[in-house]
Design a protein around this ligand. Structure first.
Ligand code: KG4
Ligand code: ZN
Length: 369
């Protein structure tokens, strides 16, 4: 039995979790900072790092307490050390190094994006995690079957991976401009639906008419596995405010979002959601075909990252799995957004192959696979 403490501070969530054998979540504590960033309608890096400094010790204590273990009982300390906001990453990395040094336990550096693809294999133990997970399509954890097609949809990534194991991944497609979560956040600002934008927009979209506006689904080249969401974002802007006169800072729009009725805003949100999810599903189909053409037909489809909490994406991915006869893995809600259970979980694979880090483990802002 292996018990690993994971830390995650790559963006604006301070998180710590204890996971047994890479899968069984004994605790999963997340201190979100939404209130601090709300007035700026986006994450302010300096504020995020400062809040991590305040939160990290209480969050680690809480994770150990809830799991009923002490530092002494752990087999390793793991930390998400890339990619992310550098000031934020440094807090988690420094804390993990200190804990590893003080307790004489091995240190493990985990890639945040790969960890998102591990989230769907976790088994919730916490009552709160279970309540948050939806029973309809969540697979309930368990190992993946390989080859697998992996999709990470978050605020920083929209990436497709051909996977031969949890750590043997090939990037086969990614966004050429905005990530899908970023597009949600920007559209939420344009539609003035509140913060955090992604979940608010998702909720609103569920009550609108997705066919009210024909917004673009950018496919790029005929065989392209890459994504583009900047055209969709601009289409939302023009739908809300009309085509501008002039360019850049001199652009003058015909109206503002305040001129729209609630129903109009809801219908645009719904049409945006339909277009964004449609684009992702179309690329997933292409990626399955691509892997099949490469003599590596996927046996399962796994998604992860904040946008995997999206109601429409979850339903459409589950439908796609049925349609293509693929085992589908969708994380429980508690493991979609940034969390440390996915870090501690994937760290188990590193632990099994003696892949440990030294105390000079760097925090790396970009450069995930
Ligand atoms: O994985 P994550 O917590 O952080 C990154 O690694 O980026 O993902 C955050 C992103 C944000 O852009 C957020 O708006 C989006 O995930 N998000 C959603 C939903 N919940 C979170 N987007 C659409 N629908 C949701 N329900
Ligand atoms: Zn993330």
């Amino acid at each position: 039995m292996t018990c690993i403490l994971g830390l995650e501070t790559s963006c604006d969530e301070t998180a710590a979790a204890v996971v047994r054998d890479g899968r069984h979540v004994l605790s999963n504590v997340v201190a979100a900072q939404h209130k601090l960033h709300e007035r700026y309608r986006g994450v302010v890096p300096e504020i995020a790092s400062r809040a991590h400094l305040q939160n990290i010790n209480p969050v680690v204590h809480e994770a150990l307490d809830q799991a009923g273990v002490s530092l002494h009982d752990l087999d390793a300390i793991a930390v998400g050390h890339r990619p992310g906001l550098i000031g934020s990453l440094l807090v988690g990395v420094s804390a993990a190094k200190t804990l590893a040094w003080a307790s004489n336990k091995p240190l493990i550096g985990v890639d945040h994006v790969r960890a998102h693809l591990h989230a769907a294999t976790l088994t919730p133990k916490m009552v709160s995690d279970t309540v948050l997970s939806d029973s309809s399509e969540h697979s309930g954890g368990g190992p993946l079957t390989f080859p697998a097609l992996g999709l990470v949809v978050s605020g920083g990534h929209t990436s497709l991976y051909a996977m031969n194991s949890p750590t043997d991944l090939t990037l086969i497609g990614s966004t050429i401009d905005d990530a899908v979560g970023e597009a949600y956040d920007k559209a939420a600002v344009i539609l003035n639906v509140g913060y955090p934008g992604g979940p608010k927009l998702d909720k609103l979209a569920q009550t609108g008419n997705p066919k009210s506006h024909d917004l673009p689904r950018s496919m790029l080249g005929k065989d392209s596995l890459d994504f583009s969401f900047s055209g969709l974002k601009t289409a939302v802007l023009y739908t809300v405010r009309g085509h501008p006169k002039g360019r850049g800072a001199a652009a003058r729009f015909q109206r503002s979002v305040e001129d729209l009725t609630e129903q109009q805003i809801t219908d645009i949100a719904s049409s945006f959601q339909a277009a964004a999810v449609d684009a992702v599903i179309k690329k997933l189909k292409r990626a399955v075909q691509h892997m099949t053409d490469q003599d590596q037909p996927p046996r399962s489809l796994v998604i992860g990252g904040g946008v995997s909490a999206n109601s429409l994406l979850r339903t459409r991915v589950a439908e796609l799995g049925k349609q293509l006869d693929l085992a589908v893995r969708i994380p429980a809600f508690a493991y979609c957004l940034d969390n440390a259970a996915m870090i501690a979980g994937l760290a188990h694979t590193h632990y099994q192959s003696d892949d440990f880090a030294d105390l000079d483990l760097p925090a790396i802002a970009s450069g995930s696979i």
